[in-house]
Design a protein around this ligand. Structure first.
Ligand SMILES: Cc1cc2nc3c(=O)[nH]c(=O)nc-3n(C[C@H](O)[C@H](O)[C@H](O)COP(=O)(O)OP(=O)(O)OC[C@H]3O[C@@H](n4cnc5c(N)ncnc54)[C@H](O)[C@@H]3O)c2cc1C
Length: 525
């Protein structure tokens, strides 16, 4: 992906078939769908790809055991099918993970055991492996540091795990490969109308301030928690369509969760689901579900959310995690569909289903959903767009589309830190061979080599130290202090790649350190 080349295409002012606002899971999925149906496609993202909610998920490709309990069978069925497709189309990014529901009460065995058998059955042919009851001894063998007092046993089931920001970049590259123009750091500031219908938008490059005029047969609003802002550019009186709900994760050292299984707690002390998950050599614990009044691109965890996670994690882990053990805190906001009469309260019961809304002026907005169902959301969105406009009725092909970097799961394993780059891993290894300096790690505590910076600048539209440390690699989410320590070395390599001077390098380090401090616990900064 060459940003300058894409900007030239934008400046040419030729009309697009499909112009998408927002480069998170939803917009990127629509770009892949539109481009592979043969449409001339543009996507603009105000910040970096997946800077918003899409880099801050629990990293599960899942049917959603919780939605099963809520009786939302169609959502579970759809998500389980999508889980299977994504595993097939991006095996370098999605793998199976064992989850254990610990049992401390006699009735939990039959209750969760039967529920998870239903989950298996709904997955049908795409089931990963059958769930099963575990004895107390088996449960402790799988999770050696689970809280063993009063433990009766567990129920094991399987779901998918992935790297959200790496999947986002993978989708951007897949769309670009199929001809789409994919621009980060370009913000839409106004919609254009012709004869009362939305006919394009005005947008500006955040790096230069240059404005661009875009005409398109259909404009898709895929801005997640910011959807209402775009809807009100079309109709200042448009009712709110989205309810932001904040979810927080705390990250700890791997010693808190030994073994290869995750813990899934179906009912915390206030009825939520809690996951304790191994990820990239650390442990993620979360999440929360806090209704928010304002959407935030860089949300901050509330003290109550941190306290809730620490308190509940302590009930299931032999060693109680404390504030001083936190390596990183990250928060994201779910773009839940707002239903009349349900605004603002108890978002844990609000459906994770998606909805496509078409305004009187023809603006197509897609809200809700989850990462797992991004492909189906995109298909539904483009089906609506085709119905609405005179676009050719080209069929959706993404169910069988291998994503960029696809690599056989049986191929020789790549070194840790490069696995999620898939087939690009070989090219990054070549960069390391050609320049041994690039073979050095970004930081001694992280597996990523400096070569990924050069790679991300050249091929993945990385523009800042934050892009590298938060989304092209996941250092910021894994350990905020390590990320701050790594920033100067990252800035230097990136400055060389992008042709920037010392002042830029210093400003980048300062800006990143200020941002990353917000990922530390207050008591640590
Ligand atoms: C805590 C948490 C845990 C989750 N865990 C999971 C999980 O494990 N599995 C799962 O399947 N799902 C999960 N989800 C849900 C999933 O992450 C979201 O549904 C998904 O990421 C939403 O993507 P999006 O593209 O709609 O929104 P976003 O990722 O927020 O993208 C919208 C983008 O629009 C851009 N934008 C806004 N205004 C403009 C403008 N004017 N011009 C241009 N661009 C603009 C923003 O910068 C942003 O990048 C989780 C969500 C949360 C919050």
């Amino acid at each position: 992906m060459n940003r300058n080349h894409f900007l030239e295409q934008l400046a040419a002012e030729e009309p697009w078939d499909v112009a998408i606002i927002g480069g998170g899971a939803t917009g990127l999925g629509v770009a892949v769908d539109a481009a592979t149906r043969g449409f001339r496609t543009l996507l603009v993202e105000a910040d970096d790809f997946s800077k918003g909610t899409s880099s801050r998920s629990t990293k599960l490709v899942h049917g959603g055991v919780r939605y099963l309990e809520q009786g939302d069978i169609p959502l579970v069925l759809e998500a389980l099918r999508e889980r299977g497709l994504l595993h097939r189309n991006a095996p370098h990014l999605v793998h199976h993970l064992s989850f254990i529901v610990p049992r401390y009460q006699w009735w939990e065995g039959p209750f969760f055991g039967i529920g998870l058998k239903v989950y298996d059955a709904l997955a049908g042919k795409l089931n990963l492996a059958p769930s099963r009851l575990l004895s107390r001894e088996e449960t402790i063998a799988r999770i050696p540091n689970i809280e063993s007092e009063n433990l009766l046993g567990g129920v094991e089931y399987f779901d998918g795990q992935f790297d959200d920001a790496r999947l986002a970049i993978t989708l951007a590259r897949t769309a670009a490969h199929h001809g789409a123009t994919m621009l980060n750091y370009v913000r839409v500031t106004a919609l254009k109308k012709s004869a009362g219908m939305v006919s394009g938008f005005v947008c500006a490059d955040a790096e230069t301030g240059q404005q661009y005029d875009v005409s398109a047969r259909v404009v898709i609003n895929a801005t997640g928690i910011f959807s209402d802002d775009i809807r009100r550019m079309d109709d200042s009186l448009a009712p709110s369509a989205v309810q932001p709900s904040q979810g927080v994760h705390l990250v700890f050292d791997r010693s808190f969760l030994r073994g290869d299984s995750a813990i899934m707690v179906p009912h915390t002390d206030d009825g939520r689901v809690l996951f304790v998950i191994p990820w990239h050599g650390r442990v993620l614990v979360g999440t929360t579900d806090t209704p928010m009044t304002q959407p935030e691109i860089e949300p901050r965890a509330l003290d109550t959310e941190i306290g809730f996670i620490l308190r509940n994690a302590a009930r299931y882990l032999a060693r109680d995690p404390k504030e001083s053990d936190i390596l990183s805190i990250f928060a994201g906001q779910r773009p839940l569909v707002r239903r009349p009469g349900k605004d603002g309260t108890a978002t844990k019961t609000v459906s994770r289903n998606h909805e496509v809304l078409v305004s009187d002026a023809g603006l197509v907005t897609i809200v809700g959903g989850k990462w797992t169902t991004y492909r189906k959301m995109a298909e539904d969105t483009m089906d609506h767009a085709i119905m609405l406009t005179a676009l050719d009725d080209n069929p959706c092909v993404t169910a069988d589309l291998q994503l960029h970097g696809w690599r056989s799961p049986n191929a020789t394993a790549l070194p840790s830190g490069l696995t999620e780059f898939g087939s690009d891993g070989a090219a990054i290894l070549t960069l390391m061979n050609d320049d041994p300096e690039l073979a050095c790690p970004i930081h001694p505590a992280m597996p990523y080599p400096l070569a990924v910076i050069a790679w991300a600048a050249r091929h993945e539209a990385a523009r800042s130290v934050e892009d590298i440390l938060s989304r092209r690699t996941r250092v910021l989410l894994l350990d905020a202090r390590v990320a701050i320590e790594a920033a100067p070395a990252v800035a230097q390599v990136l400055a060389r790649e992008l042709g920037r001077d010392d002042a830029w390098t210093q400003a980048q380090v300062a800006a990143f350190s200020a941002l990353a401090t917000g990922y530390l616990h207050r008591s640590q900064s």
